[in-house]
Design a protein around this ligand. Structure first.
Ligand code: NCD
Length: 305
């Protein structure tokens, strides 16, 4: 593995290998001094052209826990405003001595393009509505640790699928690892075609609710037009919102997940988000361990490609 750009590039064995490594890093992060010298002397750069709280900071946290140095490129205060191109920007960051770059960009395919320009490993931190591979890795890690396995689980991914890089990446990862994935959304929030997606599709959350082990809620992506395709927020909530009442109809042991940031009161009710059984903050914690595993593979450890 030279870059991490797309979940579809990874075999089941590679996915499982990353999750196995991440389990080890969960243990490291639980130590009194949660730090190992594995990447001492390496420099990891985050270049995020779209807003982020979790992804960028947890990559920084992961790099530091492996003793790497970090650089953060902040587009708002950079020479982008003087018209510098994406290519010149990333080549500049590489020339300063970057060993690995994590990029988030609004354009589909941006991370892959950057990986063609640079000689160092590139990690896709989200490209438009296309891919967000480390989100899928942290989600599958969270579920595997909760249930002990992924094979045979039923996962419903609910809401704004059309605009969601998380939905695509998570569908691929969960189904490669043997789960059954159902996308639940109104027609207007589904992609134009789901032919290439390894999933079933349903228009009724209430129908799938009693059978699923994992309910994965997506944020309605207003910045990509997500709110304009259904009549009103109350109507969305009444058909697809995870209310307390719907939470009560899940089978015993089922879990609720959300990648964050949450629109409380829209796709997820306050009481559901704050329920100790919701895995939202556990997902965030697992994000650090999984990103350590990814950085370690790309910069330090792997021999088997
Ligand atoms: C997601 C993203 O940016 O793709 N957030 C995240 O990385 N945890 C999902 C979202 O913005 O809704």
């Amino acid at each position: 593995m030279r870059h991490l750009l797309d979940i579809a590039d990874l075999s089941r064995a590679q996915l499982e290998g990353i999750l196995d490594d991440a389990d080890g890093f969960v243990e490291v992060l639980g130590r009194p001094i949660p730090k190992v010298p594995a990447l001492r002397g390496k420099t990891v750069t985050t270049a995020f052209f779209e807003p982020s709280t979790r992804t960028r900071l947890s990559f920084e946290r992961a790099a530091k826990a492996l003793s790497a140095d970090t650089m953060t490129f902040a587009p708002g205060t950079s020479s982008l405003s003087k018209g510098e191109s994406l290519k010149d920007t990333v080549l500049t960051l590489q020339a300063m001595g970057t060993d690995l770059m994590i990029i988030r960009h609004q354009a589909v395919g941006a991370a892959r393009r950057v990986s063609e320009w640079l000689s160092v490993p590139v990690v896709n931190g989200g490209d438009g509505a296309h891919q967000h591979p480390t989100q899928a890795l942290l989600d599958t890690l969270t579920v595997r640790r909760r249930f002990g396995h992924i094979e045979g689980l039923r996962v419903a991914i609910v809401g704004d699928i059309r605009h969601s890089r998380v939905a695509r990446s998570d569908s691929q990862a969960f189904s490669t690892l043997g789960a059954h994935v159902t996308l639940v959304a109104p027609r207007t929030l589904l992609p134009v075609t789901t032919r290439d997606w390894p999933v079933e599709v349903s228009a009724s959350l209430d129908k799938v609710l009693p059978d699923v082990d994992v309910v994965y809620l997506l944020r309605v992506q207003t910045e990509r037009g997500g709110a304009s395709v259904f009549p009103s927020l109350p109507e969305y909530v009444s058909r697809f919102g995870m209310t307390r009442e719907r939470r009560a109809r899940l089978k015993a042991g089922a879990v609720v997940m959300h990648p964050g940031p949450m629109n409380r009161g829209v796709e997820i009710a306050d009481e559901v988000a704050d329920d100790p059984d919701a895995l939202v903050l556990e997902q965030v914690s697992m994000g650090v361990a999984v990103r350590m595993a990814v950085l370690f593979r790309l910069l330090g450890g792997e021999i088997d490609g």
